[in-house]
Design a protein around this ligand. Structure first.
Ligand SMILES: Nc1ncnc2c1ncn2[C@@H]1O[C@H](COP(=O)(O)OP(=O)(O)O)[C@@H](O)[C@H]1O
Ligand SMILES: [Mg+2]
Length: 259
């Protein structure tokens, strides 16, 4: 496989009892691109995400992050290698400021032990640098005017932006987003899309998304992967998906006929 892939999932399977939730699925994410996984409910999309991020361990198959095998690693180890999963019910601390929420996310960076043995001066310098970095990230997502506000006042969409900037504190290589646009009003979807593209360019980031809204998927994705019943049944450029008979039968059929 090409080394230009940040993520390579090969022939991955997991069964729950007798049910093969993911059944020999393969996909790749090219560096700096957005790949979206679509498919009907129960297709195995979230399970695949859980396998990639390490919250589940595959029965078989291999997963490589930037060339490193991660299929046996724990979530924190995978995160440390640069794969961050976000939008899992954004755990913000409401009574801290927006900026403090982001700074906190970065505090694990030097490692707990190192943090404890830092001299006050080193610690202050570190905190100062973290604040500066956090503020820069807030600017990138367009929340800088709220940096001193309590995080509790943020709207749902603003929390997603906050969560994005929090993830960026860890300098990820690839972000996994499970239904990032669910329940977000259309105006904010536009804004989120713009922000995703901005941070992708700025940080040479790659994204793997699971998304239901087809129009959004077609707009934003460099590549679309279609899953059904635990398997990848098609993948390619967004436009090619609409012309694929297998996909139309399995998933798009009713929608396409109705439009
Ligand atoms: N922890 C689990 N235990 C048993 N079955 C599960 C578990 N997680 C998911 N499943 C089943 O695996 C299949 C795929 O689920 P999921 O990955 O959530 O699909 P999707 O995200 O595409 O809707 C479904 O049939 C679901 O019921
Ligand atoms: Mg799901």
């Amino acid at each position: 496989m090409s080394t230009n892939n940040i993520l390579e999932v090969e022939n991955v399977s997991i069964a729950f009892g007798g049910l093969k939730a993911v059944n020999g699925a393969s996909l790749t994410v090219e560096r700096g691109t957005i790949t979206s996984v679509i498919g009907p409910n129960g297709a195995g999309k979230t399970t695949l995400f859980n396998l990639v991020s390490g919250s589940l361990t595959a029965d078989s198959g291999s997963i490589k992050l930037d060339g490193t095998s991660i299929e046996k690693l724990k979530p924190h180890q995978i995160a440390h290698l640069g794969l961050i999963r976000t939008f899992q019910g954004a755990k913000i601390i409401k009574r801290l400021s927006v900026l403090e929420n982001i700074v906190l996310a970065g505090q694990n960076n030097p490692g707990e032990k190192l943090w404890r043995i830092m001299t006050p001066k080193v610690r202050r310098d570190y905190e100062e640098a973290a604040k500066e970095k956090a503020y820069g990230l807030l600017k990138e997502v367009g929340l800088e005017s709220l940096s001193d506000s309590f995080a509790g006042i943020l709207s749902g969409g603003q929390r997603k932006l906050l969560d994005l900037s929090r993830c960026l504190m860890a300098d990820p290589k690839i972000m996994l987003l499970d239904e990032p646009f669910a329940g977000v009003n259309p105006a904010l979807v536009e804004r989120l899309l713009t922000v995703l593209n901005t941070i992708r360019a700025k940080h040479s980031l790659s994204f793997l998304l699971v998304e239901h809204d087809l129009e959004t998927v077609m707009n934003i994705s460099d590549k679309v992967v279609v899953m059904a019943q635990g398997q990848v049944i098609a993948s390619g450029l967004p436009g090619s998906i609409y012309d694929n008979d297998v996909v139309v039968d399995a998933y798009l059929g009713s929608r396409k006929r109705n439009s």
